[in-house]
Design a protein around this ligand. Structure first.
Ligand code: BES
Ligand code: ZN
Ligand code: ZN
Length: 485
């Protein structure tokens, strides 16, 4: 899809269709025509109205904030994609001519057009692939072509990095094994000069005493992989940012087997890993001025005679002992060892992403990521900065009462809480026990269990994977880069 900004009035642009935004039901705006049709279709300016004979589409938008713009662009695309048209033009009217506005426009079209059709025998080829944005009328500022084009370019990169993550998550567990994930990471590094990839197998995990990670893998027919991607900027790096991703290519629950209803969709338990890979891809294309790492623990959590068991005690890489009380709380075991490994690289910022707890979906709903950590300022700042990405975040607080709940009678820590409540926070607290004192304030944990995978589409997210974590973090890194300038 090509999205172009043209510094000329709408009438001078030829396209197959015109899209008109109706902001806050304002049908009196000069770009709004077709009043007779509105009367006939009882159109009040709040929804989508396609007028094929007039070759115009009206889309209601409550206000012109970035995320509503994304949803609106996705609606335009999805309402028109089945028509035999190639191009749509729209006004930039009323929008603020900021880089982020154009970023959101590009993201809306590209994210909204995503579909996972690999396993459909009949694939529909949509023709709509050219979008023109006219400079005709901005709300407040002069047209800044440079900003507009940079915004479109960034939006294109960010949305494609997100769709890349979606493709990996949507791939079936039979195909997308830990070895496949490692191969995909190698492909990324072959594609980008500044991305390096190291893949480690079981023998390395043994050497490193990553016994918590290894225990999860034990009864899987597929070997585990520790994947370490590094993006090194051309310029002198301003910071070292490390992302750690939960890469469970399948989570059956292990011996604490999931009921069938809950097992379904667990191919999505690799969403944290794919988010980290998407961020590396995006960072390389955006040429961010940071050294960025993705450290991924890739394994399945399966069941068999060799399975690790509730009652086992594992000696993790950090030497901390873990009592296993539930083999379905496996993500935190893999992450414990990966976080320990990640801290050896002395991060300035350490962010882990994981579909870690069902409790997060229960507590926050399926649209929102849980944001946890020790540093109140960092969490607030992160939430504030990532807001424009459209990813929703809720900060969850640690406290000393919850801390008590992961104590074990026979080991240093238990992999489950002794209470059935507060499961997302106690999972975060479990991870926190593997964060060394000097990194406590540099670390953030994102529980993306809710928004990572959808069984019902919303906004510009279609059924299946959403690429949660990619946009939020690329927005965060772009802002950090701006601040550092
Ligand atoms: N992968 C799941 C969490 C999950 C649930 C992700 C639903 C996405 C949607 C995780 O490994 C898990 O099973 N967690 C358990 C922890 C419990 C046993 C302490 C859970 O949330 O039930
Ligand atoms: Zn699990
Ligand atoms: Zn899991």
């Amino acid at each position: 899809m090509k999205i172009e900004f043209l510094n000329k009035p709408l009438a001078e642009i030829s396209a197959d269709f015109e899209a008109i935004l109706v902001v806050n039901k304002d049908l009196n705006h000069k770009f709004v025509k077709d009043k007779d049709e509105f009367e006939f279709f009882n159109y009040k300016g709040d929804k989508v109205l396609v007028l094929p004979e007039k070759k115009r589409i009206y889309v209601g938008i409550k206000e012109l904030d970035y995320d509503k713009i994304r949803v609106c662009m996705s609606q335009i695309y999805n309402s028109l994609k089945t028509y035999n048209i190639k191009s749509v033009k729209l006004n930039s009217y009323l929008c603020k001519c900021t880089k982020k506005t154009f970023q959101a426009i590009a993201e809306g079209f590209i994210l909204g057009s995503y579909e996972f059709t690999k396993y459909k025998s009949e694939k529909t080829e949509y023709k709509l692939n050219q979008i023109y944005i006219s400079s005709e009328e901005f709300a407040d500022k002069e047209v800044d072509e440079k900003k507009a084009n940079l915004g479109l370019k960034n939006g294109d990169i960010i949305a494609r990095a997100t769709n890349y993550a979606k493709n990996g998550v949507n791939e079936i567990p039979e195909i997308y094994t830990p070895v496949k994930m490692a191969d995909e990471a190698q492909i990324l590094s072959a594609r980008y000069d500044r991305v390096d990839c190291k893949v480690y197998d079981k023998s390395f995990l043994k050497e490193q005493n990553m016994n918590a990670f290894l225990a999860v893998n034990r009864s899987s027919a597929n070997e585990p992989r520790l994947i370490h991607l590094t993006y090194t900027p051309k310029v002198k790096s301003l910071k070292r940012v490390i992302f750690v991703g939960k890469g469970l290519t399948y989570d059956s629950g292990g011996l604490s087997l999931k009921p069938s209803d809950y097992m379904l969709t667990m191919k999505s338990d690799k969403s944290g890993a794919l988010a980290a890979m998407g961020i590396i891809k995006g960072a390389a294309e955006l040429e961010l001025p940071f050294e960025i790492h993705a450290i991924i623990g890739a394994t399945e959590n399966m069941i068999g005679g060799n399975s690790y068991k509730p009652d086992d005690v594992l000696i993790s890489r950090s030497k901390k002992t873990i009592e296993v009380r539930n083999t379905d709380a496996e993500g935190r075991l893999v992450l414990a060892d990966c976080l320990s490994y990640a801290q050896d690289f002395k991060p300035d910022i350490l962010i882990d992403m994981a579909t870690l707890t069902g409790a997060c979906v229960v507590g926050l709903g399926e649209f929102t990521t849980g944001l946890l950590g020790n540093n109140e300022e960092f969490k607030k700042e992160y939430k504030e900065i990532t807001k424009d990405s459209g990813e929703l975040m809720t900060i969850l607080e640690f406290n000393d009462y919850l801390r008590e709940l992961i104590k074990s009678n026979i080991a240093d820590v238990s992999n489950t809480s002794s209470s059935r409540y507060g499961g997302t926070t106690t999972a975060g607290l479990f991870l926190n026990t593997f964060i060394k004192e000097e990194y406590k304030d540099k670390w953030i944990h994102l529980d993306i269990a809710g928004p990572a995978y959808l069984e019902k589409s919303w906004g510009y997210n279609s059924f299946g994977a959403t690429g949660a974590g990619v946009r939020a973090n690329l927005y965060y890194l772009l802002e950090l880069a701006k601040e550092a300038k």
